[in-house]
Design a binder for this molecule. Structure first.
Ligand SMILES: Cc1cc2nc3c(=O)[nH]c(=O)nc-3n(C[C@H](O)[C@H](O)[C@H](O)COP(=O)(O)O)c2cc1C
Length: 648
């Protein structure tokens, strides 16, 4: 990286909000990762903050099923399906879109559609899909222009074996999900489409691309879907029909089941497909919270340091730099709203059996369960409701007034945008706003089960070192709130962070959030560990430059602890570490101040702090530009030396 690159970084917009700070943290990590690319680790992984993962509870479902074939062509033939929708999704959006599109193709055109998690099939069997079928690819881009975990096999197959792949029979369309704020915007769909085309596949429509930069993903999907529908009618001769709803799941109350047989909220282990093959995820376990304390709080922001006990679970091992997934629970208020609206509140504890009506449909919710567990633990009920769903809900409305209201909102893009800018329309709120105090008796629970996405775990970088505290993992979590763009007086609390805040309140006897916990809460969280390639250089003598703002410091705290431990145990010197850290003021957001000062006193760490609201008002990128020059030239010298050592 040249001096110009550093000043370019300094020129970037100064952060003015929490979102900026988060973006800044990502830029910081990106830079650090870039500097150490190929030296400290093989594959850069600059996203140290909250991580996402596919939300599906893979092995969920009541009865054990026969092992499904991994041959996609065979599966399509077995279930007589006309269309396959492949999805590659990290945080669940592409998966939810694939399910919505499948339902719509079935209801509108009577087509038999299979949605396919890419990691459930051997990707080379795509070559066997006959010409009579249509394939739809819905792919998101993650990391640094990388595929989602479940699309890795497709990615590697198309890139590594490109010259051998023959796809003359494949007719397909593709839709990509990305964000133009990232350097490699929608790279995955572009690379995959290029490879498919080169292999002789016939692309029937231009690629659809969703840009999440300004929250445009949903509308881009609706627009692309409308184009696809017109194409299917006009070019492929599909006949339209009008079927408002056909369930894919049977949801029935079964009082014969005993409470001990029910899933009361524990997530089902997600170790399947590629993740299992690569041992990327640990099993999900219930972890006791050993300690939780507020650090670096200010009037504007709150930050938690949480220590989780791993002693009870010897099989749970983390490595410094790994991520930990927390399974949140929905707030009671939202849960009650929805149960009230569908008239199930009095039967919240009644056993519910949720069974796919077709063998080809994958279970996403553990069954048997209860309505309480369904809405508290298993469905993402705090997310805004999509315009498509609002339009569909009009079919089940309990009054003409409610129907008209939902239609006006669902069919008018502008009306929906301005309403949702001022109102946080979660499913429970929407139902109660559209028809106050009326039970939606025609709204089947199965519709909610298949329409509301499964609740996803949220990922955080572990902020402790596995060498220093192998049986205890800590997290550093900024408690976030999002202001509604059309009414900044309304703040939407972050789901997981406010759940963690409620736990902190309960443990410490404080009251900092309105969110309450279930009465029987035992101060434990469901969690699993995800392997991360974001690691310290394997040679402890290598110097490291770290750049972070706010809670982006989490993995670097772990790195500092790791090296300190190594030095204490081996008695040997370790490489120089420089940490550029950005926060507001010396008394606002300066996380782990004393700890960092101690490491600095020991001579193994240099901390360069940028205070954005104090003194000269510096941001971390200013510090990198101003003070980083000297560190950089030293680093560059060393780097050249390593390159010579490695490459000769
Ligand atoms: C950590 C992270 C990294 C991302 N990297 C990229 C990227 O490199 N290129 C891009 O176009 N979009 C990127 N995105 C945006 C996602 O592709 C976008 O949010 C998409 O809607 C997610 O779809 P999914 O939920 O199906 O995975 C990234 C998002 C996150 C949270």
């Amino acid at each position: 990286m040249s001096r110009m690159d550093v000043s370019e970084l300094a020129r970037l917009a100064a952060p003015a909000s929490m979102a900026d700070v988060v973006a800044l943290a990502a830029v910081g990590l990106g830079l650090a990762t870039h500097l150490l690319r190929g030296i400290a680790w093989d594959k850069p992984d600059p996203y140290h903050g909250v991580w996402f993962e596919r939300p599906q509870l893979r092995d969920a479902g009541a009865a054990p099923r026969q092992k499904a074939t991994r041959n996609i062509a065979q599966r399509l033939a077995e279930f007589n399906k006309d269309i396959v929708i492949f999805w590659g999704s990290q945080s669940g959006t592409a998966e939810a879109f694939a399910n919505r599109l499948a339902r719509e193709c079935h209801l509108r055109f009577g087509q038999a559609v299979l949605t396919a998690d890419l990691s459930d099939y051997d990707v080379d069997t795509i070559t066997l899909i006959p010409e009579s079928k249509l394939a739809i690819f819905m792919l998101s881009t993650f990391g640094e222009g990388d595929p989602s975990d479940n699309a890795t096999a497709l990615w590697e197959w198309l890139r590594n074996d490109a010259s051998e792949v023959r796809l003359q029979n494949l007719r397909y369309v593709a839709f990509g999900l990305g964000n133009s704020n990232y350097k490699h915007y929608n790279r995955v769909v572009d690379v995959v489409v290029e490879a498919l085309d080169n292999a002789g596949a016939r692309r029937l429509m231009p690629i659809g691309r969703a840009d999440d930069a300004n929250g445009g993903t949903e509308e881009a999907f609706i627009a692309w879907k409308d184009e696809l529908h017109s194409f299917l009618v006009e070019k492929l001769g599909f006949q339209q029909r009008r079927v408002p709803y056909e369930p894919s799941f049977a949801v029935v109350e079964d009082t014969s089941l005993s409470p001990i047989d029910l899933h009361h909220g524990e997530p089902v282990s997600r170790r399947s497909g590629i993740a299992k093959a690569r041992n990327a995820y640990s099993p999900v376990k219930s972890l006791a919270i050993q300690e939780v304390r507020h650090i670096g709080d200010s009037s504007e922001a709150s930050c938690l340091h949480i220590e989780l006990d791993l002693v009870e679970h010897p099989e749970l091992r983390y490595q410094t730099g790994d991520h930990l997934a927390i399974y949140p629970i929905n707030p009671d208020e939202e849960m009650q709203l929805i149960m009230e609206a569908v008239g199930i509140r009095a039967r919240a504890d009644t056993p519910l059996l949720i069974t796919p009506l077709e063998e080809a449909t994958k279970a996403t919710i553990p069954s048997p369960t209860t309505a309480l567990a369904l809405f508290r633990h298993y469905l993402e009920i705090c997310a805004p409701v999509s315009r498509d769903t609002i339009r569909e809900l009009a079919n089940f409305a309990p009054s003409q007034k409610a129907k008209d209201f939902l239609k006006s909102l669902g069919e008018d893009k502008e009306a929906y945008a301005s309403y949702t800018a001022k109102t946080h329309v979660t499913i429970g709120r929407l139902l109660s706003l559209a028809a106050p105090n009326i039970v939606w008796k025609d709204l089947p629970l199965s519709y909610l089960v298949e329409t509301i996405p499964p609740l996803q775990p949220r990922y955080y970088s572990v902020s402790s070192s596995s060498s220093a505290t192998p049986r205890r993992a800590s997290l550093t979590v900024a408690v976030d709130k999002t202001q509604l763009p059309g009414d900044p007086s309304k703040e939407i609390p972050g789901l997981t962070t406010h759940y963690l805040l409620a736990l902190a309140d309960s443990i410490n006897g404080t009251t900092t959030t309105r969110q309450s916990l279930p009465s029987a809460d035992s101060h434990r969280v469901f969690a699993h560990i995800r392997r991360s390639p974001f690691k310290l250089p394997s040679l402890a003598s290598k110097p490291v430059i770290m750049i972070a703002a706010g809670t982006g410091i989490a993995p670097f705290r772990a790195f500092v602890q790791e090296r300190a431990r190594l030095r204490a145990v081996s008695g040997k010197p370790v490489g120089r570490m420089v940490l550029f850290f950005g926060c507001r003021r010396p008394d606002d957001g300066y996380l782990y101040r004393e700890e960092l000062a101690r490491a600095a006193e020991d001579g193994m760490l240099e901390v360069v702090v940028a205070f954005s609201r104090s003194g000269r008002g510096m941001y971390v990128q200013d510090c990198v530009a101003e003070k980083g020059e000297e560190s950089w030239s030293q680093f560059a010298k060393k780097r050249n030396q390593w390159l010579e050592d490695v490459w000769g």
